[in-house]
Design a protein around this ligand. Structure first.
Ligand SMILES: [Zn+2]
Length: 93
């Protein structure tokens, strides 16, 4: 799959944060984790504030910061995944 950075995605920071949180909770994708060896911290969205006003990913366990966020994070159909997840958790009998 092509790896594109979600740099120019047309969303507010608030919307981006929401999508990143959905990705990190989604059981069907690989979580974005810390780039430092042996850390494995689950990255969370952070806002840089002015003047850059950018969203980036930060590790809660160390000082790792990642500015590149895959574009896929912002345009996945999470509602569809949630429907599948509910289906998987529903007993059939
Ligand atoms: Zn880390």
């Amino acid at each position: 799959m092509e790896y594109k950075i979600g740099e120019n995605i047309n969303m507010t920071n608030k919307e981006k944060i929401k999508e990143i949180k959905k990705w990190q909770k989604c059981k069907f994708v690989h979580q974005l984790i810390c780039g430092k060896e042996k850390c494995n911290g689950v990255l969370g969205p952070k806002e840089s504030g002015n003047p850059l006003n950018k969203i980036y990913l930060g590790c809660p366990k160390c000082d790792y910061i990642q500015y590149n966020i895959p574009e896929m994070v912002f345009n996945l159909n999470y509602e569809q995944f949630e429907r599948v997840q509910r289906l998987l958790e529903t007993p059939w009998i």
